[in-house]
Design a protein around this ligand. Structure first.
Ligand SMILES: Nc1ncnc2c1ncn2[C@@H]1O[C@H](COP(=O)(O)OP(=O)(O)OP(=O)(O)O)[C@@H](O)[C@H]1O
Ligand SMILES: [Mg+2]
Length: 263
């Protein structure tokens, strides 16, 4: 994994770089000047209370809603306000919080749609590869997506996005509606493996402790801005972690200088 010591954090050179992003709905600003970055092979989690603007932040990055101001760069290229399908061509895969699969289509057809940019032989190869990653889906290729369990459905949603071998995977609450065991399996087995394989992963997660355990870096978002930027294990070690998760404690004093607070 390439490392950069330029910022003193030991983080890899950044693949996704979001600077001072603002976004909202119908003239209401929800995300107000938020910044974040993710390097290749890095797992980065955003935590924060309900309504903080986490999903809105992701939606503005992935081209689902317009950015009011700020900049999004992918591999050095300015992709601010680029449409979602052009971002997919550049290696960005996004699994939304809801509506993550096509309910009326079969598992196989969901995967086929995920591979819409590929030639037929390449799509066949990728289908095989993602089924190796999620072998549980192999036995249910003909099943309609609406009939899957919560865990199977989330695996399909991620598998569908993996069809295009994204270099950046953006996951909005991947474990919502999953049991604690399934959540751990999804994060510790699948998401961690993707990171080890070099994929940059940006996660918003309610099960903050489980997500931070597999993360390299973490941000805390509250009221539309990033209150804390820290190595995940340092965030986990904080005594005021409950307050930190709610975005109420922004005091970086207990963090080592190199990685504390926002710069
Ligand atoms: N489509 C929309 N139109 C108008 N307001 C919206 C829309 N989606 C979200 N909001 C508002 O934006 C604010 C932030 O919502 P967002 O979904 O980004 O929060 P979140 O941090 O992802 O919360 P959660 O943890 O509950 O998913 C909320 O007040 C919400 O009501
Ligand atoms: Mg959300």
């Amino acid at each position: 994994m390439p490392t950069s010591s330029a910022d003193g954090t030991g983080r890899p050179a950044q693949y996704l770089q979001v600077d001072d992003l603002s976004a909202g709905y119908g003239g209401t600003v929800i995300v107000n000047g938020a910044s974040a970055s993710v390097g290749p092979g890095e797992i980065v989690t955003i935590v924060g209370p309900n309504g903080a603007g986490k999903s809105t932040f992701l939606k503005a990055i992935v081209g689902m809603i317009p950015a009011i101001s700020g900049r999004v760069r992918l591999g050095g290229e300015d992709v601010t306000n680029m449409r979602a399908n052009n971002l997919a061509k550049r290696g960005l895969g996004y699994v939304p919080q809801v509506n993550d699969v096509f309910d009326t289509l079969s598992v196989f057809d969901n995967l086929a749609i995920g591979g819409y940019l590929l030639s037929r032989p390449d799509a066949a190869k990728r289908t095989e590869a993602v089924l190796e990653t999620f072998p549980a889906l192999k036995a249910m290729l003909k099943r309609t997506a609406s009939k899957l369990s919560g865990g199977e459905r989330k695996m399909l949603a991620i598998a569908r996005v993996l069809m295009l071998e994204p270099r950046l995977l953006v996951l909005d609450e991947p474990t919502s509606n999953l049991s604690a065991d399934l959540s751990r399996m999804l994060l510790e087995e699948h998401v961690r493996r993707l990171g080890k394989g070099g994929t940059a992963v940006l996660i918003v997660e309610q099960k903050a402790l489980a997500a931070l355990t597999i993360s390299d870096w973490a941000y805390v978002m509250a009221a539309g801005t990033m209150k804390v930027s820290s190595a995940a294990k340092e965030l986990l070690a904080r005594k005021d972690i409950g307050e930190v998760f709610l975005g109420r404690s922004t005091e970086p004093a207990s963090l080592p200088k190199a990685s504390g607070g926002m710069d």
